[in-house]
Design a protein around this ligand. Structure first.
Ligand SMILES: [Zn+2]
Length: 253
């Protein structure tokens, strides 16, 4: 019963995240006007704005101009719902669950904006500070050193790597957006889990580059957004970080 509600809630929030992903980089309001077709500007009627179901009813076409609606919208909705279920299983119905939801929403919007525009808007990072502050208050300021070390360590670490990349490749490989995003991740996860998240980000980006290179989908020196990989690493570290770290330490020592 609760799982069903979590899924429906996840789909609805995912639908709102689509609005944020579309409008924030265009500097449009995220609350007004109602959703419209990006092609013909036709305002969606209530029944055309139901997550997933409307897409299936309309068979992926705008009811007015029949332009194909990007599959990305339904993908974001389903992904949001899936992550909400995973977070619910992890935290249960707690305030931590609510805060983790806020952070995951920030991560999702950052990911899809970074893929399309290669920017990480500051206002999104600021929303991500809310769950970080909550966490520092809930564990107590004197017990928060791991989070502050995480924020400074990962921020400065990514900054140094980005500067090194600039010197070696004579062009920007990672931007200040990535530096700030890494600092936020460190602030939220603490330095141990944060380090794992960044390691997973580098690992997954290397794997993706190795997969894509032979197919000429990307070329050497092409700028690939790093935000999505940071997001992937963060989600894995949030959900399974302690298990991964303990297993790793047991295998090594
Ligand atoms: Zn249309």
């Amino acid at each position: 019963m609760i799982i069903t509600l979590v899924i429906i809630f996840g789909l609805m929030v995912g639908s709102f995240l689509n609005v944020c992903i579309y409008r924030i980089p265009r500097e449009e309001s995220i609350v007004h006007p109602r959703s419209h077709c990006p092609h013909c500007n036709f305002q969606l009627r209530f029944w055309e704005n139901i997550p997933v179901l409307s897409y299936l009813f309309l068979r992926g076409l705008c009811s007015n101009c029949k332009t194909t609606i990007s599959f990305k919208y339904i993908f974001v909705e389903l992904l949001t719902a899936l992550l909400f279920i995973l977070l619910y299983n992890h935290y249960g119905l707690t305030f931590d669950f609510v805060m983790s939801i806020i952070f995951i929403c920030v991560i999702l919007v950052i990911t899809f904006i970074d893929i399309d525009y290669q920017i990480i808007p500051n206002q999104l990072l600021l929303v991500g500070v809310i769950p970080a502050v909550y966490q520092i208050i809930s564990v107590g300021f004197q017990n928060s050193s791991s989070y502050f070390i995480g924020a400074f360590g990962l921020g400065i670490g990514i900054l140094l790597i980005s500067l090194m990349g600039k010197v070696l490749f004579k062009k920007e490989s990672m931007g200040m957006g990535d530096v700030k995003f890494a600092a936020l991740i460190g602030l939220l996860l603490g330095w141990q889990n944060g380090l794992l998240a960044v390691f997973l980000a580098f690992l997954s980006s290397a794997i993706i580059i190795l997969i894509l290179l032979p197919f000429s989908k990307i070329s050497f020196g092409q700028r690939i957004p790093f935000g999505p990989f940071l997001s992937l690493g963060t989600i894995i570290a949030m959900l399974w970080g302690p298990i991964i770290i303990t297993t790793y330490l047991q295998l090594m020592f």
